[in-house]
Design a protein around this ligand. Structure first.
Ligand SMILES: C[S@@+](CC[C@H](N)C(=O)[O-])C[C@H]1O[C@@H](n2cnc3c(N)ncnc32)[C@H](O)[C@@H]1O
Length: 328
């Protein structure tokens, strides 16, 4: 299945590309946003994606838009390195997996398709099978609880640890079976949904990437430059919301568990576009159910200095470095 871009009109409105401007699409995917941006204005667009398999879409856009379009296989956390520090007019991020990734059996993202338990967007580094094989029961539980918001995370981790002692768990089908035994079949949702989501977020360090991507966008956007982020998960949306609200001076401190920052400590680096974010309208939801959980948030860069780095946007969960150490 090809990927239907979500909230496309709203993205174009918030990004508002102009002639001669430079825009970065940090999550190129099937190039849906990129093509629409290049059609909307006589601008330059740099597409980034960590997935090496977006090649055919890159070729299609290169043939159509020529020198106005370029592509780099990279993670968006490093988007300021990609432009070697040159400032840009817009950055758009459409967080998550594409329909192509979900649909390909061999990528191992979906419990609906049996295949190797992989889940790596970039096809490098440790896989979901490695996480299931090497992570401790406690770490697995924490990952399932935080990234999957799985209430019975302990039980899922217990079942996995018991099963892996008998046979390696190397396929999506094997893991889905274990989770079905652990949680039983009830309700509309497949019992494996939350644990699969948690493993995907963990293996691709999706939240860490998002925080670093926001910080990089803050460094690279010109005054007046637009940051537009579409996310599909409450954990991601919380990070984007908290980042933009703090940076626009709406919320000081960022966490009710932390002391508030003093007023005027740092000048706002963004102006918030719409406080509550934007969701898909009825027509889009009818045409594309995937848009159900999408939320767009946007900010316009001021001329203030970027704020210093911060780590308190991320939940406390074992990092990918723990698994990398175990696999090595
Ligand atoms: C939802 S799709 C984007 C679809 C795109 N907006 C379109 O209209 O075709 C997300 C894409 O972002 C890529 N991606 C996810 N995290 C990334 C990261 N940290 N750095 C670079 N690309 C990433 C995925 O590989 C995937 O291709």
């Amino acid at each position: 299945m090809s990927h239907t871009p979500v909230l496309l009109d709203e993205v174009l409105a918030a990004l508002s590309p102009g002639d001669s401007e430079t825009i970065i699409d940090g999550t190129f995917g099937a190039g849906g946003y990129s093509a629409a941006i290049l059609r909307a204005a006589n601008c330059k667009l740099v597409g980034l994606d960590r997935d090496p398999r977006v090649g055919p879409h890159v070729e299609r856009l290169a043939a159509k838009f020529g020198e106005r379009f370029s592509f780099v296989q990279a993670e968006f956390s490093g988007l300021d390195q990609v432009t070697s520090g040159a400032q840009v007019d817009g950055v758009v991020l459409d967080i998550g997996v594409s329909s192509m990734q979900l649909d390909e059996d061999l990528r191992g993202f979906s419990f609906m398709r049996d295949g190797p338990l992989d889940m790596r967007m970039s096809s490098s580094g440790p896989s979901a099978a490695d996480a299931v094989k090497y992570m401790s029961r406690n770490d697995l539980e924490r990952i399932f609880k935080v990234y999957g918001e799985e209430r019975r995370a302990r039980r899922c981790a217990d079942f996995i640890v018991r099963a892996r002692d008998e046979n390696p768990v190397e396929t999506t089908g094997a893991l889905a079976d274990i989770l079905t035994r652990a949680l039983g079949q009830s309700g509309k949702r497949h019992p494996a949904t939350r644990v699969f989501q948690a493993l995907r977020i963990f293996i691709n360090d999706e939240l860490g990437e998002l925080v670093r991507g926001l910080l990089a966008a803050e460094r690279i956007l010109k005054p007046g430059g637009r940051l537009v982020v579409v996310s599909f998960h409450s954990l991601e949306d919380r990070i984007v919301k908290s980042f933009l609200r703090r940076r626009s001076g709406e919320v000081r401190g960022g966490s009710r568990h932390l002391p508030p920052q003093s007023v005027n400590e740092t000048a706002p680096s963004f102006v918030l576009k719409k406080r509550s974010g934007v969701s898909a309208g009825k027509d889009e939801l009818r045409a594309n159910p995937r848009a159900r959980s999408a939320r767009l948030r946007a900010g316009v860069r001021t001329d203030a200095e970027p704020w210093s780095e911060e780590n308190n946007l991320l939940p406390v969960v074992p990092g990918l470095d723990v698994l990398e150490g175990l696999v090595a």
